[in-house]
Design a protein around this ligand. Structure first.
Ligand SMILES: Cc1ncc(COP(=O)(O)O)c(C=O)c1O
Length: 434
């Protein structure tokens, strides 16, 4: 055990941090929305910047003493802009859901219509779900994937948009394994007079590495998390790609002045939906964007996709049904109905075997969201540890071993040992991360 201030002062919390680090070290982490941030990112998050109030923006704060955090926030903004080729960013949203809340506040009035990607087909809660503010405050309509292909059909989405006439169309997903046709979405948005919003929370790292289609030139506004494929601290961000014709101009109610997106979005973050920004997290975002600008980030992201494709092919060979038949990105969605298993059971027994996945609805699911018919697997975290195609193919076999013997605890515990040995070959953190 290492000696730290935390250990000396509060051994109870320290031991829990230590246990969690041990769990992350010894476990095959396959939750698609998780990743392992670098030590440098975590050090910035654990820094003195947590003490600083800095409401406002660099150079325009409501508090004194901001001369250093101003530079930090400018660094984060400049790095994010060059990483994504964006004209404008706001790095203050505390999370992905907060970034999305600011987009709604900026562009939608209560009761106006949204056309979003159906949650049960891969979308996200904040895209109009009736249990989320987005669906409670607005009239949400949905598009989904086709039953036969598991993919979006742009003609069907166009028809739906013409019928609904939404104020805003959202793109982006938590469990969609294929890429989006942003140009076609923009065409539909222009034809129907809607704003186009892309939530790239899951795929931001792959987009930054230019391995997937780029939404920046097409969507009016883009939101993301910074902690999934982007591998930064837990947080959110809003970007605007282009506003050349000021088609995005919004008229200020009192003065009648045409405001641009940046003004509207900045004030939707603060004071609209948040108070003081988390400057320690913004520093960690700057560090993560700096990492993502290095050439080896692209190598990492390429491997993330290669690993997902290799694992997908291994599952198909073993008779598993992948929604859409495979993947273009970092995740796989397995429909377990032909294996007579629910997502809930699969998540539980894989957990016994030290493989962490999450149960997930599949399109046209017949089970409830608490049970589900599928599991979602992601490759970003284990790829960060250095695992490549052979390890992911081996893990697919281990998963199959567990799922083929749902009642056999001896097999589950045997697999847990194999997972532990695999993880030991790809060390993560050498001590409790504090
Ligand atoms: C597409 C999408 N948007 C938004 C979010 C919300 O992000 P956060 O958990 O940081 O609020 C998620 C999280 O999984 C997501 O997948």
């Amino acid at each position: 055990m290492i000696n730290t201030r935390l250990n000396e002062q509060d051994p109870e919390v320290f031991r829990l941090v230590e246990k969690e680090t041990e769990r992350q070290n010894q476990n095959a982490e396959m939750i698609a929305s998780e990743n392992f941030a670098s030590r440098a990112v975590m050090e910035a998050m654990g820094s003195s910047l947590t003490n600083k109030y800095a409401e406002g923006l660099p150079g325009k704060r409501y508090y004194g003493g901001c001369k250093f955090v101003d530079v930090v926030e400018d660094l984060a903004r400049d790095r994010a802009k060059s990483l994504f080729g964006a004209e404008w960013v706001n790095v203050q949203p505390h999370s992905g859901a907060q970034a999305n809340a600011a987009v709604y506040l900026a562009f939608m009035k209560p009761g106006e219509k949204l056309l979003g990607f159906d949650l049960s087909h891969g979308g996200h809660l904040t895209h109009g779900s009736p249990v989320n503010f987005s669906g409670i405050m607005h009239e949400a309509h949905f598009y989904g994937v086709e039953k036969e292909t598991g993919r979006l059909d742009m003609n069907r989405i166009r028809d739906k948009a013409k019928q609904v006439k939404p104020k805003m169309i959202s793109i982006g997903a938590s469990a969609y394994t294929r890429d989006f046709d942003y140009e076609a979405f923009r065409d539909i948005a222009d034809e129907t007079g809607a704003f186009l919003w892309m939530d790239m929370a899951h795929t931001a790292g792959l987009i930054a590495a230019r391995l997937l289609n780029d939404p920046i030139p097409w969507a009016h506004v883009i939101t993301t998390t910074t902690h999934k494929t982007l591998r930064g601290p837990r947080g959110g961000m809003i970007l605007v790609g282009r506003d050349k014709e000021n088609t995005l101009g919004v008229v200020a109610p009192k003065s009648g002045r045409v405001k641009n997106w940046s003004e509207v979005l900045d004030s939707a973050v603060f004071p609209g939906t948040q108070g003081g920004p988390l400057m320690h997290v913004i520093a960690a975002k700057a560090v993560a964007f700096g990492e993502a600008l290095q050439p080896d980030f692209k190598t990492y992201q390429k491997q993330v996709i290669r690993n997902a494709k290799a694992m997908g092919a291994a599952f198909v060979e073993m008779g598993y049904n992948l929604v859409s038949g495979g993947t273009d990105n970092h995740l796989l969605l397995i429909d377990l109905r032909n294996k007579n298993l629910t997502g809930k059971t699969a998540e539980q027994i894989l957990g016994r075997a030290e493989i962490t996945v999450n149960k997930n609805m599949v399109p046209f699911d017949t089970e409830s969201p608490f049970v589900t018919s599928g599991i979602r697997l992601g490759t970003p975290a284990l790829t960060t540890r250095g695992m490549k195609e052979p390890e992911f193919e081996y893990l697919a076999k281990l998963i199959n071993k567990v799922l083929s013997a749902p009642e056999d605890d001896t097999i589950h515990l045997g697999v847990a040992q194999e997972v532990k040995e695999l993880c030991e070959r790809f060390p993560l953190y050498d001590a409790a991360v504090v």
